[in-house]
Design a protein around this ligand. Structure first.
Ligand code: MG
Length: 375
């Protein structure tokens, strides 16, 4: 089913702020479908296949990569957008692009690169995602980056410190003026949360890092597990987990839609301008918000800080740090296109190069630079 009629406060071609560089109207597709297509064909998007969220990519096929994560975010986001009569194509574009600025090795990689970049303007993956689509992709004759619509770029820039926002012009203005992004951006942000909490449960169980018994102490999971067990008393193994996770995702989506509809009504929102001026409109009910938080806390304690994950993160940090330091010590070690950039701003060139690496490329590059037995 396709959106035939958008809500008056949804983003459409009529109220879009358009692209930085003017282009002719797209043929046979909407402006936001065009954004989505540009993202899918980008180098940074393709590399998401070999980047991880929590686990290192080479640790096995058990875990989500950022590519499948982004596709899951798009699926969840589109379901929500359709039911709220929002612009599905915009949600899809934001979802597929939201992680393109991530470093190799998930959060550990990002934290380490940010530490390395202290004194050089820092490193933040949201800003880097915007930098990728605005500047770093080299695909067009007429402009750098992908020249995406304002609303797609706004959705990609989820958070931004005020000092950074001030340097970003129009796209950073909402952080300074205390305004919200479109509902499409808000929905995608929460679809991201639904996706990673649930797939981390799934990946965590499959890898054996967390157990069903531990998860039975988490209300959100326990409620749905009980429901599955009483509906299918003879069900065992993987199917119990998949039924439970599916049911959690479904409940979160339904709750989010219901609560967001209430918020929209209560705030008497009629236009996109009203959406920007109102407090955040996309939200879970307070009950589900609390339950979702409990699940997050559980995952932090039992999965993200599991000693096996900590070992991977530690290794990842060392690789990022050593790569950063060696390229800072001598920019002639960089590939030619980054050497040219390094003449202008060495630390940013190094950060761009390191951030663009996949997990396996970073490991390879580390070996090439530091292992004596390799060429
Ligand atoms: Mg994400």
């Amino acid at each position: 089913m396709k959106n035939t009629e958008l809500a008056p406060y949804a983003v459409g071609t009529h109220n879009s702020r358009g692209r930085k560089v003017q282009e002719g109207a797209p043929n046979g597709r909407s402006e936001f479908q065009r954004d989505r297509d540009r993202i899918i064909h980008s180098t940074a998007f393709r590399r998401l296949e070999y980047k991880t969220q929590v686990f290192v990519n080479h640790e096995g096929d058990l875990f989500r990569t950022r590519l499948t994560h982004s596709i899951e975010v798009a699926q969840i986001g589109r379901s929500i957008a359709r039911r709220l009569s929002l612009n599905e194509d915009l949600v899809e574009a934001i979802a597929l692009a939201h992680d393109v600025g991530h470093t190799p090795f998930g959060h550990a990689g990002q934290d380490e690169l940010n530490t390395c970049m202290q004194g050089h303007g820092g490193f933040e993956h949201n800003l880097q995602s915007l930098r990728v689509v605005d500047l770093l992709e080299e695909r067009y004759a007429a402009f750098d980056g992908l020249n995406l619509s304002f609303e797609t770029r706004e959705g990609i820039l989820k958070h931004c410190a005020l000092n950074k926002a001030a340097q970003l012009g129009e796209i950073g203005a909402r952080f300074i003026n205390n305004q919200r992004p479109s509902l499409e951006a808000q929905v995608t942000n929460l679809a991201d949360e639904i996706a990673y909490n649930n797939h981390d449960v799934d990946d965590g169980l499959r890898s054996g890092l967390i157990t069903l018994e531990q998860l039975s102490g988490v209300r959100l999971f326990a409620t749905h597990l009980q429901a599955v067990n009483s509906a299918y008393p003879n069900l065992e193994g993987r199917r119990v987990i998949h039924e439970t996770v599916r049911s959690m995702i479904n409940t979160l989506i339904t709750d989010l839609i219901g609560q967001t509809e209430k918020n929209i009504q209560a705030a008497a929102v009629c236009t996109l301008g009203d959406v920007r001026a109102a407090p955040a409109l996309a939200s879970f009910s307070s009950e589900l918000y609390t339950q979702q938080r409990e699940l997050k806390v559980f995952l932090h304690t039992h999965l993200y800080r599991h000693y096996r994950v900590m070992r991977m993160s530690n290794k990842a940090r060392r690789i990022i740090r050593e790569l950063f330091l060696v390229f800072m010590s001598d920019s002639r070690l960089l590939p030619p296109q980054f050497q040219r950039q390094a003449e202008v701003d060495q630390s940013r060139a190094v950060a761009d190069y390191v951030a663009g690496m996949t997990d396996r490329y970073a490991i390879k590059e580390y070996r090439r630079l530091f292992a004596v037995e390799e060429e």
